[in-house]
Write a protein that binds this ligand. Structure first.
Ligand SMILES: Cc1cc2nc3c(=O)[nH]c(=O)nc-3n(C[C@H](O)[C@H](O)[C@H](O)COP(=O)(O)OP(=O)(O)OC[C@H]3O[C@@H](n4cnc5c(N)ncnc54)[C@H](O)[C@@H]3O)c2cc1C
Length: 347
């Protein structure tokens, strides 16, 4: 949207970007950063110059509520901000309260800037040897492989384990992708526990009865929507994600558009992934412009297969494209090119 406004100013409007952090972390490069391949600076997109080029005021604050009828946002600063048109792209949160009895060494992957800060602190105080990862989605698998690579480089590896229910392990990917990932985890001697986990005292208790202890537990369970969305009265899915149609517009409040991990499409199933968040962006921008200037709304209807590249932390990657899967250095090269190009484009 900011890129669209920078390319072609949206005349006679006041544009505001509200964001909880001035720097946006590019998630695709986080596993590579964990593995020591990238510097922290390489993952960050500074939103201030982008907002400036887009002619948008930058407000650093957390949105804590939305009133879709009065058309206003409540901000963490206490300010109430009115809007005629709203684009919601706040991503999801991680449910980590259930692991809080483990103490300070629980690291939810979101908010991602906080995760990076806390991992850096841990790294400075000496890498922990025993690391558990909870969550078997693409992010969980990439993160634990990244941690393993970092510990191996430091020559200080202890127990490294991934915990996820079997039906949540790379769900949505082809069997061949899951098998390649399992082979990679086995080759690296990363324990895989197909179970769900909860914390009791300072240990993890798995649904199969096992008790596990780690120095650090990374929580990468799937995104959940912040409670204030559903409480606002916006039409939502049962689990609180904003219900939108193919035009990325709220089905209940037409002044509100949304994209990325915070939405649930009512017309089709769409995986929550960066690929769809990024590809829906131009459609959302075009539709905001169409509402302001008049014109037909576009639809975001991805067809065919979606390319996913999962970093293995050792300058290799698993390529997943529909039923096709492969692993190796070429896949990493491709991922590295795509990721660096994305960050460069907005930097
Ligand atoms: C480690 C990791 C690796 C991943 N790798 C890939 C990959 O390779 N390919 C892929 O397709 N997907 C990947 N994903 C998934 C991808 O990160 C998400 O699908 C994507 O980021 C969703 O984009 P989004 O814009 O909806 O949300 P986000 O990228 O989370 O952005 C939300 C933004 O809103 C801000 N924000 C949040 N809440 C508020 C609030 N209340 N008020 C104001 N601002 C707020 C945040 O600071 C953030 O800048 C990965 C995820 C993780 C965790």
């Amino acid at each position: 949207m900011l890129a669209d406004w920078a390319r072609q100013p949206l005349a006679d409007t006041t544009r505001v970007l509200v964001t909880s952090s001035r720097h946006s972390v590019y998630s695709g490069m986080v596993p590579g950063w964990l593995a020591g391949i990238y510097d922290r600076k390489q993952l960050l997109i500074d939103l201030a110059p982008l907002a400036e080029r887009a002619g948008a005021e930058l407000v650093i604050a957390e949105v804590t509520g939305v009133d879709p009828v009065r058309q206003s946002l409540q901000l963490s600063t206490g300010v109430e901000m009115g809007f005629d048109l709203l684009s919601l792209a706040i991503g999801g949160e991680i449910e980590s309260v259930c692991f809080s009895s483990l103490g300070k060494d629980v690291l939810p992957i979101r908010p991602m800037d906080e995760f990076i800060h806390r991992w850096q602190e841990l790294r400075q105080s000496g890498l922990r040897l025993h690391v558990g990862g909870i969550g078997g989605g693409a992010a969980g698998v990439e993160l634990i492989l990244g941690v393993d690579a970092a510990l191996r480089t430091a020559g200080r590896r202890g127990k490294v384990a991934l915990i996820a229910p079997a039906d949540g392990f790379l769900a949505g990917h082809a069997t061949k992708v899951r098998n390649l990932a399992l082979a990679e985890l086995a080759r690296r001697e990363i324990e895989v526990h197909f179970a769900s986990a909860e914390a009791t005292g300072d240990a993890l208790v798995l649904s199969n009865g096992e008790h596990l202890s780690f120095d650090v537990v990374i929580v990468a369970t799937g995104s959940r929507a912040p409670g204030w969305i559903k409480a606002s009265g916006l039409a939502c899915s049962d689990d609180g994600f904003v219900s939108v149609g193919a035009e990325m517009r709220s089905v209940s409040h037409p002044a509100i558009f949304a994209a990325g991990d915070i939405i649930e499409r009512v017309d089709r199933k769409l995986a929550r992934s960066g690929v769809h968040a990024v590809k829906a962006g131009p459609v959302l921008a075009a539709n905001l412009r169409a509402v302001v200037c008049g014109g037909k709304l576009r639809q975001y209807q991805p067809s065919g297969r979606t390319l996913y590249l999962l970093a293995t932390g050792d300058r290799r990657a698993i390529l997943s494209w529909g039923g096709f899967a492969t692993v190796g250095r070429l896949a990493w090269w491709l991922k590295d090119q795509i990721d660096r190009r994305f960050v460069r484009r907005y930097s």
